[in-house]
Design a protein around this ligand. Structure first.
Ligand SMILES: [Ca+2]
Ligand SMILES: [Ca+2]
Length: 255
């Protein structure tokens, strides 16, 4: 099964590689220090979900520096994704795909999926569809899933808000294939949340982002998967099975 999933991802990567990027236009870009850059006619609304702008000083040059967005909200009750942060764009012009890029920070003592208390997840949503579920082994556990992102630093990088473990993992998500996707609508919402039965939040574990950018392109050739397709490919058969079960339940409910 792993082999087939790998083939699906490889096929999707090949499709993504064929997308022309010459016409990419910035819709929204922020380093959380300077005023955000907005594309012509584009409006943006951030819903913090308990997150704050925080300064991490020198950080990691070019990746997680100065002012950043950090969300240390715990689940309420534990494990509930009560910390959803969203960046909603409207007024988008003609386009046929979007790309989302940011630096993700897994801060303090993440317990991964096989440590304790566990699991801890970081979830990425495109228009409400979850395309990535990431985890990081820092304090306990051994599983780290970067979801196509590229790790650029790991270690005691920040003592954010007095965190007692400071095993921070910084991941460049610009290399995550699933964050380039087919899209034509005039609005778009990026959502990020933490979840999991072991999600503690606070000084135990939190997440952050920096250098968020959302760009639009008109390739004309299509070939980029929609978020729903990415969700099935990236989450693998477990995710696909859950989606099918959900669809089946929805169909039964509608009957
Ligand atoms: Ca910054
Ligand atoms: Ca935990």
């Amino acid at each position: 099964m792993r082999k087939l999933t790998g083939m699906l991802v490889a096929a999707a990567l090949a499709l993504g590689a064929g997308v022309a990027s010459a016409s990419a236009q910035t819709l929204y870009s922020t380093d959380f220090t300077n005023p955000a850059t907005l594309g012509a006619g584009v409006a943006e609304v951030t819903t913090t979900g308990g997150g704050l702008i925080e300064n991490v000083g020198g950080g990691i040059a070019g990746f997680y520096t100065g002012d950043v967005f950090r969300n240390a909200t715990g689940g309420a009750p534990v494990g509930a994704p009560g910390n959803l942060s969203t960046w909603a764009l409207s007024g988008l012009g003609v386009h046929d795909h979007l790309s989302v890029s940011f630096t993700a920070a897994f801060l303090d003592s993440w317990d991964s999926t096989d440590g304790a208390p566990t699991p801890d997840y970081l979830n990425i949503y495109l228009d409400g569809i979850q395309v990535l579920q990431l985890t990081s082994a820092a304090a306990s556990g051994s599983v780290t899933v970067l979801g196509g992102g590229t790790e650029v630093a790991f270690g005691d990088l920040f003592d954010s808000a007095g965190g007692y473990y400071s095993h921070d993992r910084i991941v460049d998500m610009s290399t995550a294939s699933s964050l380039t996707f087919a899209h034509t609508g005039s609005s778009f919402v990026l959502g990020i949340s933490a979840s999991g039965a072991g999600w503690q939040g606070g000084d135990d574990e939190s997440w952050g982002i920096d250098n968020l950018s959302i760009t639009a392109s008109q390739s004309g050739g299509g070939g980029v998967p929609e978020p729903a397709s990415w969700a099935l490919m990236i989450l693998g058969f477990g995710g696909a099975g859950a989606a099918l079960r959900h669809r089946r339940r929805a169909a039964i409910a509608a009957a």
